[in-house]
Design a protein around this ligand. Structure first.
Ligand code: CA
Length: 227
């Protein structure tokens, strides 16, 4: 990796740990101890990815995330939020503000590097949802024909199940909250409620042949298609 990474984190040892490990991977790393300093850095020198602590003095990480994702100039920069263990509600809020993934403290350097690689990779392989054939392992989703195959077996899905699967499978490894799934499917001109998502997932899994084979439950947060 030779990417430019900005770390917005007020805890010095964590900033050091991240900087050390990412520099060793070849990244160019800059640190900012406050949200304000982080935003100033972004407008002067746009990074490839931002690691953002949610608990910051002054402007908190949520506000930093909101500003970056509301600004067309910075919206596309992937954000990995960092949160204390057990703050699942914070993760949900962060993802809904547009963060791309999250890490829970304490994290190992190996997990950190793997997550960053995954997030950087996603940026370059966002696939169009319409008229394409997605292949994920032995699963084939043909969005033009509205057809799903597991190995060579055709699976009959309802329209809601189909859209749900297509939405999740378009971005393997991404965690989506129920509200994000509702919004994502809504963009495909299809209405579904957050409350019904769990029921749809149960039906979808049954038809695809197994709990957690393709769609994982991320406890307290939502769902993701296995990477
Ligand atoms: Ca902090």
């Amino acid at each position: 990796m030779n990417d430019h990474i900005l770390v917005i984190e007020d805890e010095e040892d964590i900033l050091e740990l991240i900087t050390y490990n990412l520099s060793r991977e070849g990244c160019r790393v800059n640190g900012a101890a406050t949200g304000e300093a982080g935003l100033a850095h972004v407008s002067a020198n746009k990074p490839d990815l931002i690691i953002l602590d949610l608990m910051l003095p002054g402007m908190d990480g949520f506000e930093v995330c909101r500003r970056l994702k509301n600004d067309p100039a910075t919206r596309a920069i992937p954000i990995l939020i960092v949160t204390a263990r057990g703050e699942e509600a914070d993760v949900v809020t962060g993802l809904e503000l547009g963060a791309d993934d999250y890490l829970t403290k304490p994290f190992s350097p190996r997990v950190l590097v793997a997550r960053i690689r995954a997030v950087l990779r996603r940026g370059s392989r966002d696939e169009a949802a319409d008229g394409t054939v997605l292949k994920r392992g032995d699963l084939t989703i043909d969005s033009g024909r509205h057809q799903v195959l597991v190995a060579d077996r055709e699976v009959t899905l309802t329209s809601t199940e189909f859209r749900l699967l297509l939405f999740l499978a378009s971005r393997p490894g991404w965690v989506f909250t129920r509200d994000q799934i509702v919004n994502g499917i809504h963009e495909m001109n299809f209405a579904v409620t957050a409350r019904s998502i769990d029921v749809q997932i149960v039906g979808l899994r049954k038809k695809l042949g197994g709990e957690n084979t393709y769609i994982e439950t991320v406890r307290g947060v939502g769902y993701r298609f296995r990477e």
